[in-house]
Design a protein around this ligand. Structure first.
Ligand SMILES: NC(=O)c1ccc[n+]([C@@H]2O[C@H](COP(=O)([O-])OP(=O)(O)OC[C@H]3O[C@@H](n4cnc5c(N)ncnc54)[C@H](OP(=O)(O)O)[C@@H]3O)[C@@H](O)[C@H]2O)c1
Length: 252
């Protein structure tokens, strides 16, 4: 359908070396988008690139550390040279440190907030001028259900994701006049390396199933539809929103 057509669009995707980033790269490639794939590990990124290219799109890899403003700017300059434009940004690179409030070290708090919140801010801040110059763009921030609900041991992670939900709204207001949509996706637990320890713990695995109205975890490819929707013309009048892809977790 033309409404969901993203063929020829260029997507900058952070955290594309594994997990949800890699899964979204495949969904976007199947829908025909060209990809600027970013992460720190080039070797893993090259595997994502090869899989994406098997769907007939162009994909380049860029070493980008979202903790470094210089690294972000350098890789964005390279991709503008290579592709000539960035139509869509998917801010996805993220980490977690699970500890009770009293045991979380300051450097662990900083790592989670600097990656998950400041990293999204710096990448969006560097990409936005290119979108503003063309009076069009789509920014999709990967938040989490933990941006609106909470569990123990997630003080830094939930704080960062709540920040992403709010940051999405402010960017949406500021850039609406430039025809840039800024939205977020709030996934529940999906089976990726980030949550492997919980997946392997039978009690936590069962708790998450029982806590979810649909009774199960998400599979990474189940994010494809939402990211394509938010990247496409079909969502042109939606901005500042967070869409929860959570099997119903946030209903309760
Ligand atoms: N899996 C879930 O259940 C779940 C649920 C809700 C939300 N999310 C969110 O979804 C996003 C992806 O999570 P995931 O489960 O796919 O995690 P993952 O499998 O651990 O992948 C994380 C990605 O982020 C990249 N990354 C981490 N630190 C980085 C840095 N400093 N600079 C650049 N890239 C960095 C990693 O690449 P390198 O290590 O190669 O740099 C990797 O590609 C995160 O924002 C996460 O919070 C996940």
């Amino acid at each position: 359908m033309d409404l969901f057509d993203i063929r020829g669009k260029v997507v900058l995707l952070t955290g594309a070396s594994k997990g949800l980033g890699k899964a979204m790269a495949m969904g976007l490639a199947k829908a025909g988008a060209d990809l600027a794939l970013c992460a720190r590990s080039l070797e893993e990124l090259r595997k994502t690139k090869a899989e994406a290219e098997s769907h007939g799109v162009k994909a380049n890899v860029y070493r980008m550390d979202v903790l470094s403003r210089a690294s972000i700017q350098e890789s964005i300059s390279s991709m503008i040279k290579d592709f000539g434009k960035i139509d869509i940004l998917v801010n996805n690179a993220g980490v977690n440190v699970r500890k009770p409030v009293t045991q979380l070290a300051e450097r662990e708090w900083d790592l989670v907030l600097d990656t998950n919140l400041k990293g999204y801010f710096l990448v969006a801040q560097a990409v936005a001028p290119h979108m503003i110059a063309r009076s069009k763009g789509k920014i999709i921030n990967i938040a989490s259900i933990m941006g609106t609900v909470a569990l123990d041991n997630l003080v830094a992670y939930a704080s960062s994701k709540g920040g992403v939900v709010q940051m999405t709204k402010v960017m949406a207001i500021e850039w609406a006049k430039h025809n840039i949509n800024v939205n977020a996706i709030g996934p529940t637990y999906f089976e990726t390396p980030l949550v492997a320890a919980l997946r392997d713990d039978p009690d936590r695995f069962r708790f998450i199933n029982e806590r979810t109205p649909m009774g199960r975890w998400g599979q990474p490819e189940e994010l494809e539809g939402t990211v394509i929707f938010l990247a496409s013309q079909a969502s042109d009048f939606i901005t500042g929103q967070t869409i929860y892809v959570d099997g119903g977790w946030t209903i309760w």
